[in-house]
Design a protein around this ligand. Structure first.
Ligand code: AHR
Length: 498
């Protein structure tokens, strides 16, 4: 099989917003307690944060981390998480049927983000709360001093404001599972009024309104249209979420699900532009794909967890090699929409459907999905090129004309670097890739990284943390203005030219 890419430096799509490589930490399971924070851990720092986890996060160069939820935020009182830790309330978290001890809250999380080099993306509770709690939180976090909430922050030992730039107006408010679930009109009105008050406190913030929880919600995409009718002038971004799984063991169909993500993005862009036209607006709405990943392995185990525990193991998906391939396809899909998708958050970051796993008191290690995310975050910054693909295709029960080759390219002109990201979805045959690179005169292959494994179900575990790891042994080369490479069967490839 052969496939062809068209690469031309004149055909640029967009600058990649670094926030495309964001992630997410929710008060859920062992994401916070036992994940980023474990004061008794041998690697704990002065604030109780695990240094081993921080190092794995730092390597990913995650620029922004969404917090504190997720479903959790829709019942959260942020005031419970600030002030002297010994006086903090233990609360029932109805979203995950856990007990929240509030040992970590806004100030601790902001400090952790600073230590890993990330910005906070803060979500406010629009489930059980509203305008007042949200505007107070903006004042607590961002107002320098001289008001009740900003002075309270200073009294809590944080003199400098956190200057949190990006704020989510609630979470998945279209979902019946959400605490305080609302209709599109109810949510749209509340989001618009909350947005106004938050921006009156700090006009420099950017806001994300809730889109649908996934493209298969019964209210999609009317939800988006209605919410935007209310919020268009008050927000900068509309959110998208999606998770995929391979419940029936149909891998060709599983790997094609990034096509669903692609169509989801196209529909949301179209809906945003419809409302733009209707409002005769000059403003373009951007997208925040603030939850995306594979999630299904842990579904059964989660039903057996003891209710009201503190930090029980929840959503602890152990990712396979094939999951890493779909995550690679999803990263390529996000890049292909970098003109409209400005923020994206891999959900989540540690233990909970995460690239990083830990054992309480024990080691931390990289799951399979860590690697495509690492490569995209490190090498996928610059200008995305329009990269038409000519590839043989296949059909599955859900999709027609699925290209075996999923690919895109990012060009960093200032460093004279071009990186091709490519997945071969074919499970038994290699793909012979060619691309005309005469537009990139003098560029040679610097590195061809490949992630492959004979077993699609291979995993990385505590005892075998390096079972699935990338290697720099690909055969890509440039000769006479042509790039050629063999993409092994079922593989993730990073071809770096310079
Ligand atoms: O990321 C896990 C959960 O998935 C989040 O809490 C929720 O927003 C989504 O349904």
């Amino acid at each position: 099989h052969t496939a062809k890419l068209y690469l031309d430096p004149a055909f640029t799509l967009a600058q990649v917003d670094p926030r495309l490589y964001g992630s997410f930490i929710e008060h859920l399971g062992r994401a916070v307690y036992g994940g980023i924070y474990e004061p008794e851990h041998p690697t704990a720092d002065d604030m109780g944060f695990r240094r081993d986890v921080m190092e794995l996060v730092q390597a990913l160069q995650v620029p922004i981390v969404r917090y504190p939820g997720g479903n959790f935020v829709s019942g959260y009182h942020w005031e419970d998480g600030v002030g002297p830790v010994a006086e903090r309330k233990r609360r029932l978290d109805l979203a995950w049927r856990s007990t929240e001890p509030n040992w970590v809250g806004t100030n601790e999380f902001a400090a952790w983000c600073q230590r890993v080099g990330a910005e906070v993306m803060m979500a406010v509770n629009l489930g059980t709360r509203g305008i007042d709690a949200a505007r107070n939180l903006v004042e607590y976090c961002n107002h320098p001093s001289g008001s009740y909430w900003s002075d309270l922050r200073i009294a809590h030992g944080v003199r400098e404001p956190h200057r949190i730039k990006v704020w989510c107006l609630g979470n998945e408010m279209d979902g019946p599972w959400q605490i305080g679930h609302k209709t599109a009109d109810e949510y749209g009105r509340l989001a618009a009024e909350t947005a106004k008050a938050m921006k009156w406190v700090d006009p420099s913030i950017e806001l994300v309104a809730c889109g649908s929880s996934n493209a298969h919600m019964p209210t999609f995409p009317q939800w988006e249209a209605t919410v935007l009718e209310h919020t268009y002038d008050h927000v900068e971004y509309l959110s998208l979420h999606t998770y995929y799984g391979n419940r029936d063991g149909d891998t060709p169909n599983f790997l094609a699900q990034s096509l669903d993500m692609d169509q989801f993005i196209r529909t949301v862009v179209a809906t945003c532009d419809y409302v733009k036209a209707k409002k005769r607006s000059k403003k373009t709405m951007y997208l925040s794909f603030d939850e995306w990943n594979v999630w299904f392995h842990s579904n059964e185990a989660d039903k057996k967890v003891t209710p009201w525990s503190v930090a029980p193991p929840l959503l602890e998906d152990v990712y396979t090699f094939e999951d890493a391939l779909l995550v690679g396809c999803m990263l390529i899909t996000l890049l292909k929409h970098a003109d409209r998708v400005k923020i994206a958050c891999l959900a989540q970051l540690v233990n909970v459907i995460a690239p990083i796993m830990t054992e309480n008191g024990g080691p931390a290690w990289r799951q399979t999905i860590y690697y495509p995310f690492l490569h995209a975050s490190r090498f996928g910054r610059g200008t995305v090129l329009h990269t038409p693909v000519q590839s043989p295709v296949y059909d599955t029960k859900t999709f027609t004309d699925v290209p075996y080759l999923e690919a895109t390219a990012v060009w960093r002109e200032e460093d004279d670097e071009l990186t091709v990201f490519a997945v071969n979805r074919h499970l038994t045959d290699p793909l012979r890739l060619t691309a005309d690179v005469r537009g990139f005169a003098g560029y040679q292959v610097k590195e061809h990284i490949v992630l492959v494994h004979d077993d699609l179900k291979a995993t990385n575990t505590k005892d075998h943390p390096d079972n699935v790891v990338p290697r720099a042994g690909g055969d890509a080369r440039v000769e006479g203005g042509e790039l050629t490479a063999t993409l092994p069967k079922a593989s993730w490839n990073v071809i770096r030219l310079a």
